[in-house]
Design a binder for this molecule. Structure first.
Ligand code: NMX
Ligand code: MLT
Length: 438
């Protein structure tokens, strides 16, 4: 595969940069840690390295240096469709090179060969109680396939650190194409009377996902847009960090991704996309047919805050403006579904919520994140089962976190192991106590 050859070349070019930084400039400080950061979730502590994406608080995400519109513009598009091949984007994330149409199609064909789900995964899914959350099934499905790991097999045989990126890459190329198939199986098992649709040999990842979900075009393009937008958000977010952390123990990609997906399933992270829809539906139920005016939305948002809950889809640990992933999906809605009532409610929340959060004065970022806008697009195209939404996020997120762990092995990043301190030590550092404890 051209992708693998290009990646190998990039890795060989990159390795001396990391080695030199480590050997000759390892003492240069790039961050300091305060007590607030140690207690407060390491917010703002610079202690992770990735070149796959970078998140500027005001500009938002850049994938390999390109903004979202630049990324969509640069990559080869599926003929007759608006959005690029997900496979071409995977090539781009992995190497930093925009692939040609031929290079993209080579990945499309390779992924088709590797997308078949083993029967034992289906057996695992079917053994779960019917009320099992789709994220649990998704994570279990990934973990069940760990026995296929090339990385684990090669490690057991004995391999050098320099070689490790290669079986990691193979595992990643085996996992990635199976994820949309796994997701579609879970969806149809849970919500579509357990009636399944076989893969279409002529379709790329986005197209085949829409087909296996049983949702007509342009949902194929919605899937491509969605997977690319959700792929990566630098390295400190819970799903990326967890995947990286687990892989740093030389756990393989199956173990690491399954763990990352478990983190994504938290309501302060990826699960916020289902929470947004749940919030809107509860709000509409309470309205009982009355118009969702700005005043009524404001009242409902205050009720949420006053009952000690967060407004889902708003706020961010790094961003300090409207998430450009929100904007990209809002623009999609303005073009394709401007009059959809649910979109109007989401837009009214966008008008009102930032001022409510500013007035409350707690959230450092009162603006919406990606999750505030993603559910309405899904709902419009018929995917109304909101507890499935985070699985969609998980397929997209896998593109980024799996790329990162290939590079982690290529650059021989060591096991991650930050140091902890005790509360006594913090009190001593703050001058509240001397070392005798008094
Ligand atoms: N609604 C109500 N309160 C909020 C919100 C919000 N949307 N966002 C932040 N706060 C509160 C936060 O709980 C904290 O309260 P306290 O001082 O009582 O502990 C205070 O504001 C300061 O928090 P921040 O420093 O602004 O935010 P932090 O970096 O700790 O957390 C999030 C970031 C994203 C977890 C937080 O904004 C949040 O809970 N948002 C709602 C859930 C959500 O949309 N998550 C999805 C994030 C994107 N993703 O896909 O992962
Ligand atoms: C993400 O996409 O991972 C979220 O926006 C959370 C984050 O970046 O912290």
């Amino acid at each position: 595969m051209k992708l693998k050859k290009t990646l190998e070349k990039k890795i060989n070019e990159h390795r001396p940069r990391t080695t030199r930084l480590l050997k000759e400039h390892g003492d240069v400080k790039i961050s300091e840690v305060t007590i607030a950061q140690a207690i407060g979730g390491a917010r703002g502590v610079r202690c992770l390295v990735t070149d796959v994406s970078y998140l500027d608080p005001f500009e938002g995400i850049r994938f390999r240096g390109k903004t979202i519109p630049e990324t969509f513009e640069a990559l080869p598009k599926v003929p007759g469709r608006e959005y690029p091949y997900v496979e071409g984007f995977f090539y781009y994330l992995m190497t930093g090179d925009v692939p040609t149409k031929e290079e993209t199609l080579e990945v499309v064909e390779e992924f088709k060969k590797r997308r078949q789900l083993p029967q034992y995964v289906i057996d695992v899914l079917r053994a779960a109680p019917t009320d099992t959350h789709p994220m649990t099934l998704f994570s279990q499905g990934i973990l069940a396939m760990q026995r296929e790991s090339e990385f684990a097999r090669r490690y057991a045989e004995g391999m050098s650190r320099e070689e490790m990126w290669e079986p990691m890459f193979e595992d990643v190329c085996n996992i990635m194409p199976k994820l949309p198939v796994l997701a579609a199986y879970i969806y149809r098992m849970k919500y579509k009377a357990d009636v399944h649709i076989p893969a279409d040999p002529d379709q790329d990842m986005g197209g085949n996902f829409a087909h296996m979900m049983g949702i007509d075009p342009p949902y194929d393009d919605v899937a491509r847009m969605y997977f690319i937008l959700h792929s990566d958000h630098e390295s400190g977010n819970v799903s990326a960090h967890t995947t990286h952390l687990v892989a740093s123990a030389l756990s393989d990609a199956y173990y690491a991704l399954s763990a990352g997906i478990n983190g994504l399933a938290g309501p302060l992270h990826g699960l916020a996309n289902q929470e947004v829809l749940r919030w809107v539906m509860q709000f509409e139920q309470k309205l009982g047919g009355a118009e969702p005016t700005e005043e009524r939305v404001r009242e409902a948002l205050w009720d949420t805050l006053n009952s000690g809950q967060v407004i889902p889809g708003y706020g961010h640990a790094v961003l300090r403006k409207t998430d450009p992933r929100y904007t990209a999906q809002r623009e999609f809605c303005l073009k394709h579904l401007p009059d959809f009532p649910l979109f109007k409610v989401i837009s009214t929340i966008y008008k009102v919520a930032p001022d409510v959060l500013k007035e409350q004065g707690k959230a450092k970022n009162p603006w919406p994140n990606v999750d505030a806008q993603s559910g309405v697009v899904q709902w419009y195209y018929g995917l109304t089962e909101w507890d499935f939404y985070t699985v969609l996020f998980g397929i997209g997120r896998a593109l980024g976190v799996l790329t990162n762990i290939v590079w982690d092995r290529a650059l021989a990043y060591p096991i991650e192991r930050p140091k902890s301190v005790t509360t006594d030590m913090l009190e001593e550092a703050a001058g509240l106590k001397d070392s005798s404890g008094s």
